[in-house]
Design a protein around this ligand. Structure first.
Ligand code: ADP
Ligand code: GN1
Ligand code: MG
Length: 374
């Protein structure tokens, strides 16, 4: 199966029947713009009323240990829900993801073809945006991920499973790129010559966050690790953040990873796969809103070294995802879903252009952080 194909709709329809959902399945529609899982909105009709659920086939080529992943998610959802309830939050079924169990009480379903499925309650009236539309949206997203980070500071029990080991270990991502380049199995390196040269000139940046961690300057925390803008649902009416979603990469990490991916996805005026990289730019008003939003929620527990490194985090995480897109391009698009053969290369170009823009504005970004941190 290639990375770009989804399953015919019989498979999700059959999987939906395994879950403890009242009524009759009346609709199945592919949903969302995630690059990893196959996601469907499924409608059940019960006593004349329609209700939607969010069904996902978990990509088990990417997440090798689905039981461990689902154990992380159910622990975190239960904890977040209890914390929100204790704070007196209303509308809990929209504020935190809620897993729907299978008919035999499990949190996921393994079908006869060996595919893994799960169901969440569908959060209606809210959207995950691919491109940020205003500083208010940037503030809302950053403060939601900051509050989520805060909710996890007292997660009880053992360390979470690492669902993808070394997920944001930039030097290891670079080593994987080097290996893919020397193999060049799909003869694509020539088409990526400019990006390969750019990366050669920026290799020095790859070790920056890992080195902060290795020198003990920033602490390990429970982090989300995939805080792209479309992984927080914003209310369609008020634009306020409703719910943090896509919890597959929840695991031990650095707060800097989470802030970095917010900068990567919430400052440029164009989509991650914009064909014209000259349109990519890190917009300071968006960054200023992100810094305020994130720090309003986290300033009392982030360390000074974490705060000081927030602008650097944007550069390094954007570099990291750019390296991953380029590697996947060279390897023939095995990991990310793609719509055409140059898709990953297009995505890589926007990432590298964004890093350039951040490097050029580093001092101004740092000044924003200092102001936001008070
Ligand atoms: P991926 O890992 O492939 O990105 P996500 O978990 O982010 O998968 O889900 C894909 C998309 O489905 C999201 O971007 C969002 O639009 C939508 N989505 C996910 N969970 C829900 C939910 N509980 N309610 C409504 N929409 C959701
Ligand atoms: C993937 O799952 P999704 O689409 O939210 C990827 C992220 C990348 C992102 C790039 C598990 O996120 O790491 O930053 O694409 N998720 C995984 O858009 O690899
Ligand atoms: Mg997602």
């Amino acid at each position: 199966m290639t990375a770009s194909r989804t399953l015919p709709l019989e498979a999700p329809a059959a999987a939906a029947a395994a879950f403890a959902i009242p009524g009759e399945l009346t609709d199945v529609v592919p949903y969302g713009s995630g690059h990893i899982n196959d996601t469907y909105a499924v409608t059940f009709t019960h006593r004349g009323a329609n209700r939607r659920y969010l069904l996902q086939r978990i990509n088990h080529r990417v997440f090798r240990d689905v039981p461990a992943l689902m154990s992380n998610i159910s622990r975190v959802c239960a904890h977040a829900r209890a914390r929100l309830e204790a704070e007196g939050a209303a509308d809990l079924d929209r504020r935190v993801l809620t897993l729907v169990p299978t008919r035999d009480g499990q949190v996921y379903h393994l079908d006869e073809a060996g595919l893994y499925w799960r169901v969440y309650l569908f959060i209606e009236g809210a959207t995950g945006h691919d491109v940020v539309q205003s500083p208010e949206q940037a503030y809302a997203a950053a403060s939601a991920f900051g509050r989520f980070q805060r909710l996890l500071t007292d997660l009880p029990g053992e360390r979470l499973h690492e669902t993808i080991p070394d997920f944001h270990h930039t030097p290891k991502r670079l080593a994987a790129f080097d290996a893919a380049l020397s193999e060049d199995r799909h003869n694509r390196a020539a088409d990526a010559a400019a990006e390969i040269a750019w990366l050669e000139a920026h290799r020095g940046l790859a070790g920056a966050l890992v080195s902060l961690r290795e020198r003990g300057l920033v602490p390990e925390r429970v982090t989300h690790n995939d805080t792209k803008l479309n992984n927080v649902l914003l209310d369609d009416r008020t634009q306020e953040a409703v719910c943090v979603i896509d919890l597959d990469t929840l695991m031990p990490g650095l707060a800097l990873y989470d802030f970095g991916d917010l900068v990567r996805t919430s400052t440029s005026p164009v989509a991650e796969d914009e064909p014209d990289p000259s349109r990519v730019t890190m917009r300071l008003p968006m960054f200023e809103a992100l810094a305020r939003g994130y720090l309003d929620a986290t300033h009392d527990f982030l360390t000074p070294a974490e705060v000081e490194s927030l602008p650097l985090a944007g550069q390094v995480i954007t570099l990291t995802i750019g390296i991953r897109f380029l590697t996947d391009y060279l390897q023939g698009d095995r990991y990310f879903k793609t719509k055409h053969p140059g898709h990953n290369l297009q995505r890589c170009r926007t990432q590298f252009a964004l890093v350039d823009s951040m490097i050029a504005q580093h001092e101004r970004m740092l000044a924003c952080v200092h102001t936001a941190a008070g």
